[in-house]
Write a protein that binds this ligand. Structure first.
Ligand code: MD6
Ligand code: FE
Length: 211
């Protein structure tokens, strides 16, 4: 293992850690996510009210998982289709939280997003968590993504960076409610996965602080 990767502060509380996971760790985490997907198959989330499908497919691990359908966004303890409890958060993802979150409690939810080439994620805030004192820690595997971020209002100017396989991103502190999204995936930029595409993990605290 190499030493800790440099941390680039993009805005107060918004920190990019290129190469947080080396190649061996990426391979182990990829294999662990394959097991998660075997236990909790990817599903297609739908927009509240309209039911428009997302272009990413999702699953979760950890005590709680984030789901979205016509009735709204929420965290729940079971898979929306199999109704089984979510599998455990892989050790390496837990370790990334411990290294980067600067929070005393473990993550309660780990959302797994699968992007095929052409998939994207519109500009949004992560605000379905009652505990906004904890950051969201994100890990990227596979093809590079163009990640866009702005301020805490939709009107604030935005910038973009590339998130490569093994990179971590922390959204916390004054940036916890910053708007962000994925403009596109750059197919063929990584050899980690057998299919072109990208996996993103986001680790979160969900409950009330101290709850
Ligand atoms: C993605 N990530 O990287 C989408 N949210 O595919 C997110 O929406 C995200 O990377 C909160 C914190 C970090 C993130
Ligand atoms: Fe997000």
């Amino acid at each position: 293992m190499s030493g800790p990767a440099p941390r680039l502060t993009l805005a107060p509380g918004l920190v990019h850690v290129p190469g947080h996971l080396d190649r061996a760790a990426q391979e182990r985490l990829r294999d662990a996510i394959r097991e998660v997907v075997r236990a909790a198959p990817l599903f297609v989330p739908r927009m509240p009210r309209t039911g428009t499908p997302f272009s990413v497919r999702m699953t979760n691990c950890g005590p709680l998982g984030w789901v979205s359908d016509e009735t709204g966004y929420r965290y729940q303890a079971t898979h929306p289709e199999t109704h089984a409890p979510w599998p455990e958060i892989p050790e390496l993802a837990r370790a990334a939280w411990d290294a980067l979150a600067d929070h005393p409690d473990p993550p309660q939810a780990c959302l797994v997003n699968w992007y095929e080439p052409g998939a994207r994620m519109g500009l949004h805030q992560d605000r379905d968590e009652a505990d906004l004192s904890a950051p969201v820690v994100s890990l990227s595997l596979g093809d590079t993504a163009v990640f866009r971020y702005g301020g805490t209002t939709r009107k604030a100017p935005t910038r973009s960076i590339r998130l490569e396989s093994g990179d971590a991103l922390v959204i916390g502190g004054p940036s916890r409610l910053a708007f962000h999204g994925i403009d596109r995936i750059l197919p063929g930029t990584s050899t980690l996965l057998t299919a072109p595409g990208r996996i993103n993990l986001t680790l979160r605290r969900v409950g009330e602080p101290g709850g």
